[in-house]
Design a protein. Structure first.
Length: 133
């Protein structure tokens, strides 16, 4: 029947019992499938993870500047990873420095929510913030 019509016999779902086949133009079918995939890609929401690095002995004005930068990133729809880097003897005071990250999150609580709690990764302590929905 497919040869008589000048079309192709295509298995639509080969695992079904019995397998489902259609008589269609295969080239046109593949073109339609690629268009559907492109449309699905367009509708996906992409975001970047922006990182803000600080040291544990940061001053309040510098902290406010970093908060403003994070506010800008969050308003554009990106996630923000806030990182405290410890160097040398600062490693002995990691537990006392967690409050800096909590203050940072508290300062942005009107537009952001904590996605990942502060976690130590080697010489760094990091926290991830995402925009409130």
């Amino acid at each position: 029947m497919a040869d008589d019509a000048g079309l192709d016999l295509v298995k639509i779902s080969p695992k079904a019992k019995p397998p489902v086949c259609k008589i269609i133009d295969y080239g046109k079918y593949r073109y339609e499938q690629s268009r559907k995939e492109k449309e699905a890609k367009k509708k996906q929401k992409t975001f970047e993870l922006k990182e803000i690095r600080m040291s544990p002995n940061i001053d309040t004005n510098d902290l406010n500047t970093k908060m403003n930068a994070a506010r800008k990133f969050l308003s554009k729809g990106n996630k923000v990873k806030v990182t405290l880097r410890f160097r040398g003897r600062e490693m002995a005071h990691i537990s006392e420095s967690k409050h800096i990250l909590y203050d940072f999150a508290e300062g942005l609580e009107d537009i952001a929510v904590v996605e990942k709690e502060p976690k130590q990764e080697g010489r760094m302590l990091s926290l991830v913030l995402a925009e409130k929905k």
